[in-house]
Structures are given as C-alpha cells and as structure tokens.
Design a protein around this ligand. Structure first.
Ligand SMILES: [Zn+2]
Length: 134
C-alpha cells in the first residue's frame, strides 16, 4: 500500500469522525472539538496527520500509519496515540509505540505473556483477550 493510499484511508476515517456529533462532541468548557478539519497527507517517507487543523501535525512512519489505518478499519475510534500505544499485561502500564518491544515500566518484553503456561492465571481478573486475528 502506498503512503498516499494510507493517508487517504486515514483521512476518510477522520472526516467521518468529524461529521459524527457523538464522536466529535464539543468540550463545553473549552469550546473545542476533538476533530476539526482533520487530515492526513503523505510527504516524503512520512505521513503527517492533523486532528485539529490549527494545532499542527504529528508525523508517522509508514509502519505506524499503516497500523493506525488497520486499527481504524477494525472499527476503532480515536487518534493514533490510542492506536499505537499498548498496555503491558504484566503491570498494566501504557507504552508508546516507541517502546516497541519492552515495557518501559517493568522492562518485560512486550509479548512475554504469550509464553506464560496456560492455567497460570488462577484467581486473576477475568479480563478476556479481545484481540482477534486477521
Ligand atoms: Zn510492564
């Protein structure tokens, strides 16, 4: 998938969010909306995404932008911050996309929990793993 196509896909989702009064609910106190003339455009090797036109851009690498688009295509609503961060299943700390492999808090590898033997979570909370394969 080309960068321009990824940018177009992200833009389409963002414009849909902007047009949705439930998603794009105005903050009564500050009179701001989470999405205002949002856009994503490709420039060089990166994609620049803007959720509020007067607040500047975030730049995403292609892999990040693609992950974000896939996350949006899966029906999620939000900005790339929500899409790209991940929660450590050991200590429940939120990690940025930059903490790609290791939790910044407990320093355990991201997928360490996958190696835990089954049945070891006795007495733990019944948090289901909602992740679905593609
Ligand atoms: Zn952790």
């Amino acid at each position: 998938m080309k960068l321009a196509e990824i940018a177009q896909g992200i833009t389409a989702h963002l414009k849909r969010f902007e047009a949705d009064p439930i998603i794009n609910k105005m903050n009564e106190k500050y009179k701001t909306s989470p999405f205002y003339w949002p856009s994503a455009c490709d420039s060089g090797p990166r994609i620049f995404v803007s959720y509020v036109s007067y607040q500047g851009h975030s730049s995403l690498k292609k892999a990040e932008a693609l992950s974000y688009l896939e996350w949006l295509d899966a029906g999620n609503v939000g900005r790339h911050y929500e899409a790209l961060r991940w929660m450590c299943e050991e200590c429940w700390a939120w990690n940025d996309a930059s903490d790609e492999h290791v939790c910044h808090q407990c320093e355990r590898p991201k997928h360490d929990h996958n190696t835990r033997p089954q049945g070891a979570a006795e007495g733990a909370g019944a948090e289901g793993d909602e992740r679905s394969g593609g």
